[in-house]
Design a protein around this ligand. Structure first.
Ligand SMILES: Nc1ncnc2c1ncn2[C@@H]1O[C@H](COP(=O)(O)OP(=O)(O)O)[C@@H](O)[C@H]1O
Ligand SMILES: [Mg+2]
Length: 304
């Protein structure tokens, strides 16, 4: 038997003249963390809503194993956990009351005390929602997503607005969900989050998949080696013809050289500077990141 998977087949969703999701085909194997990465307006949220069975696609199909999500959205939603926008909570209920309310909606469910302790909300279980910090609200939203013991958990920008400690805390919880055999699909526009959490990623923009793979595959495919940065005042430009440079870009005070062979580019740079009598200032080298991959593919930055 084929491994269970979440599959989108040629999914298109339009809002009037805007095509938010454009003939998108994707397979998410079960039991992994899958990331949808893209800038604002790329179509991440709409894609999630279609997959969750919350929005009907104009065209295409969504499957969870052999369950047709588009035809049986209610059945699908009983197996899915969806992290709600935290603004959807009743501010005057306590944490425990909120969980009990959502708990009452389902037949298959996890006990409320277990959810409270899983998400580290013990001390806040009698606190009202309107008094929670951003990180606590986010954990409550995750607890609500888990209330029906879901097979797939969908998280839309789970760490937006969280401080670094709350983010790392959340990341550990997400990895814990995977360790239990759940499938996690999340959207993000943070590179480090995608690189840390996702086993596989799809980079999307304008409703289309630009590429898909493990973070490492994406980096290697599009950014084989390294980035050399040097102060713009040095005056390197494309007419210098440095070896192994596949792309050059000026950003603020820095000239960025995307190199296929770091050594060749560096030797070329040093030789050129000596011949021309220039001083190399602000030289740094670094490994390529997903941010660089994204720039290479779209010409746009993820952080707009
Ligand atoms: N309810 C809606 N009505 C009309 N247009 C929408 C609606 N939701 C999203 N859009 C548009 O669809 C595109 C994709 O949006 P969205 O899925 O929210 O992207 P992302 O989550 O990646 O930021 C954007 O151009 C956005 O303006
Ligand atoms: Mg969104």
């Amino acid at each position: 038997m084929q491994e269970k998977a979440l599959r989108l087949e040629n999914v298109t969703k339009r809002y009037g003249s805007v095509t938010a999701v454009d003939n998108l085909t994707l397979t998410v194997p079960s039991g992994i963390v899958f990331g949808l990465l893209g800038p604002n307006g790329a179509g991440k949220t709409t894609t999630l809503e279609v997959v969750e069975g919350l929005r009907r696609p104009d065209e295409g199909l969504v499957w969870w194993g052999d369950l047709d999500v588009t035809r049986h959205p209610d059945l699908a939603r009983s197996r899915f956990g969806v992290q709600l926008q935290t603004s959807a909570f009743f501010e005057l209920l306590t944490v425990r009351e909120t969980l009990e309310l959502f708990h009452s909606f389902y037949r298959r469910r996890l006990p409320v005390p277990e959810l409270v302790s899983r998400l580290g909300l013990e001390e806040k279980q009698n606190a009202r929602v309107d008094g929670l910090s951003g990180g606590q609200r986010q954990r409550l939203a995750l607890a609500v997503a888990l209330v029906n013991d879901p097979e797939v958990v969908f998280l839309d920008e789970p760490s937006a607005g969280l401080d670094p400690q709350a983010r790392h805390n959340l990341w550990e919880i997400i990895l814990g969900l995977k360790a239990e055999g759940r499938t996690v699909v999340l959207t993000t526009h943070y590179m480090d989050e995608a690189e840390f959490l996702a086993d596989r990623l799809a980079i999307i923009d304008r409703g289309r998949v630009l590429d898909e793979g493990t973070p490492r595959e994406l980096i290697q495919r599009h950014m084989p080696v390294a980035v050399v940065e040097v102060s713009r005042s040095v005056g390197v430009n494309s007419s210098v013809g440095l070896p192994a440079v596949r792309r050059m870009e000026e950003r603020d005070e820095v000239t960025m050289l995307v190199s296929d062979r770091l050594e060749d580019t560096l030797v070329g740079l040093v030789n050129w500077a000596q011949c021309e009598g220039r001083t190399i200032a602000g030289l740094t080298t670094r490994n390529a990141t997903l941010e660089d991959v994204f720039l290479e593919l779209t010409g746009r930055s993820l952080r707009e």
